[in-house]
Design a protein around this ligand. Structure first.
Ligand code: ADP
Ligand code: MG
Length: 236
């Protein structure tokens, strides 16, 4: 049965796209049919960080009713299926986020795991992805502004009958942080599934347009992504 997750945070730049790309690739490495969808339709970059260059049909055309989801699906590392969004403003304007529910239905038989990479903010394009998944996973940085925005997303998700499955603490450093793990869990009322360290290899991999678990598989961040993926699969 398909498991669908929306990777959200409220705030921009917390690592949603990084988490989506790496968890998706890790699950594909584990042999699971996995699809990642760029629902950050205004500031799309999931396809770019996964190395896609030519994407003539994207989620924009699908949500404008002009193409099927299969036409917008491209193959990434380890057979990962990627549905990128387009880069044009016109395409963004023509896309109807409400149609995401149909996309979800169309993908039910196509994969075991589905990830929606959410945009920042709480506009219509940000809210709909919170409703279409089985669980929302919150990406939080150890700073107060990130925590406040993640809390907003948690409250909003519950208001619209979605479910928050947990938080992923990203960009953790050894230095004193604004907010502790305990404070994050207490404020959000959910557990931190795992912690991904601040890792220069992530930025290097992004520049090389490949996920860090492919570019630097031995790095601490890669190990963390594989741990989270293993947990989603249900490995002991
Ligand atoms: P979002 O999708 O939430 O806007 P991104 O995944 O695009 O965030 O990440 C924003 C920037 O931070 C990117 O340049 C990315 O490479 C970098 N980044 C994300 N997580 C880490 C990390 N753990 N260590 C170092 N850089 C990171
Ligand atoms: Mg992003």
């Amino acid at each position: 049965m398909i498991r669908a997750y929306t990777i959200a945070s409220g705030k921009g730049g917390t690592g949603k796209t990084t988490v989506t790309a790496n968890l998706g690739t890790a699950l594909a490495q584990y042999g699971r049919e996995t699809c990642v969808v760029d629902t950050d339709m205004g500031m799309a970059n999931l396809g770019l960080v996964l190395g896609l260059t030519e994407t003539p049909v994207t989620l924009h055309e699908v949500l404008a009713g002009k193409a099927s989801i299969q036409d917008a699906m491209y193959e990434g590392p380890y057979g990962l299926k990627i549905v990128p969004s387009g880069l044009s403003l016109q395409g963004f304007q023509n896309a109807d986020p409400q149609k995401l529910k149909d996309v979800m239905c169309d993908l039910t038989d196509a994969c075991d795991f589905l990830f929606f990479d959410a945009p920042a903010g709480i506009g219509a394009d940000g809210v709909i992805p919170l409703t279409v998944a089985d669980e929302v996973l919150l990406v939080v940085n150890p700073e107060i502004s990130s925590l406040v925005d993640a809390l907003k997303i948690k409250i909003l998700t519950e208001m619209i009958d979605g479910a928050v499955g947990g938080a992923i603490l990203n960009r953790a450093t050894l230095e004193n942080s604004d907010v502790s793990r305990g404070k994050i869990e207490k404020t959000l009322g959910v557990s931190i599934i795992d912690t991904i360290p601040e890792d220069v290899n992530i930025r290097r991999a992004a520049a090389a347009r490949t996920p860090v678990i492919v570019g630097s598989p031995g790095s601490e961040s890669s190990k963390a992504f594989r741990r989270i993926a293993a947990r989603l699969v249900g490995f002991p």
